[in-house]
Write a protein that binds this ligand. Structure first.
Ligand SMILES: [Zn+2]
Length: 356
């Protein structure tokens, strides 16, 4: 297989984060069928921390109530949350979910994707729901969501302050939406849910949640690599600080990503952390089930691209946009992705050369 390092890989990463922010359109087609080994974000090292315990229970209750995590998808969870988010009843409702939160550019998507493929889990990536969440916020009358749609790129990323950008990013509003999405998924197989918008209120069972926290130096370097506009980089750095503070306040298990070792070390640490849950399952057992999960993941990316181009301010169309899609062969050992036009991935299963 062709290894895909260097500028081309970085370009894909840049478009991924740019699109999640609505900064700029995707790249146009550079030719379909290019096979790339998924080295993801090419990450670093980690060190497990034991964060200070800061009145975990009281803070968790206050935060859950403040951000409105009331879980309409699960009545029992809503009732349990009214008693306290650490109640056994609430934990049972979210027991099929492994949560990977943390700052932008920490490697969450790469780690979650590899775990999902290797073990046969359903993957939920909050970034793939960006436009759906923005629409939901608009329907709810969230002023920042309505304002953002009418802004020019310059107003969004140049003249806004980082604090304004944070508000416009809907970081706080999207947390409960993520929880709603995840609780609406089938209870089997296990779900691995990742995203920087995950609320720390979901950290009920510390063996089923981890927050990836990059050091500021590492995060800055990764954001430079992605070639984002200055405003977007400032937003991500502020998000990084905010998310780390939230994780410490919630006493979430944290994995520090500092750039000295690779993504494999982060992956191994997260897998070790989830060992009991992965052993308990349920996980997909058959190739057919694995293929269906991979199709679902690829369809979520297609929906993300289509969602972007459906915005009234977006130029161009989604079909010719090249994105990286997972090989759908269903082999637990397959770690390959294929760069292919969205319009093609929408219509047919994606398979790396020689797979399937
Ligand atoms: Zn494959």
């Amino acid at each position: 297989m062709t290894l895909d390092h260097g500028p081309h890989r970085l370009e894909v990463a840049r478009h991924h984060s740019a699109q999640a922010l609505g900064v700029e359109p995707f790249s146009k087609s550079r030719g379909a069928g290019h096979v790339a080994e998924d080295h993801g974000d090419g990450l670093p090292d980690l060190a497990w921390l034991r964060p200070r315990r800061v009145e975990r229970r009281a803070a968790g209750v206050a935060e859950a109530r403040a951000c409105g995590v009331l879980l309409p998808a699960c009545r029992a969870a809503r009732h349990a949350l009214s008693l306290g988010p650490h109640s056994p009843a609430y934990s049972r409702c979210v027991r099929h979910v492994l949560w990977i939160g943390g700052a932008p550019a920490a490697g969450k998507t790469t780690v979650a994707t590899r775990i999902a493929r290797r073990h046969g889990l359903r993957l939920y990536g909050a970034d793939t729901r960006t436009w759906e969440h923005r629409d939901r916020a608009i329907r709810q009358g969230v002023a920042a969501a309505i304002r953002w749609e009418g802004m020019t790129p310059e107003e969004r990323w140049v003249t806004s302050t980082p604090a304004e950008m944070l508000e416009l990013s809907l970081h706080r509003e999207r947390g409960p939406m993520v929880v709603d999405d995840v609780l609406a998924l089938p209870p089997s197989p296990l779900v691995v849910a990742e995203g920087s918008t995950l609320p720390t209120a979901v950290v009920q069972d510390r063996s089923r949640a981890v927050w990836l926290i990059p050091t500021p130096e590492f995060q800055r370097a990764r954001l430079e690599e992605r070639g984002l506009p200055r405003g977007a980089r400032e937003l991500y750095l502020l998000l990084g600080e905010t998310i780390e503070r939230e994780a410490r306040e919630a006493d979430a298990p944290m994995c520090v990503v500092d750039g000295e070792r690779g993504i494999d070390a982060t992956l191994a640490a997260v897998e070790r952390h989830f060992t009991a849950a992965l052993t308990e399952g349920p996980v997909a057992e058959s190739v057919t089930e694995r293929r269906a999960l991979l199709r679902e993941t690829n369809e979520a990316v297609v929906a993300q691209v289509r969602g972007y181009y459906a915005r009234p301010w977006a130029d161009g169309g989604p079909d010719e946009v090249v994105r990286r899609f997972l090989c759908e062969c269903g082999d637990p050992g397959c770690d390959l992705s294929v760069e292919i036009r969205t319009g093609i991935a929408d219509l047919t299963p994606v398979l790396a050369a020689g797979h399937g």
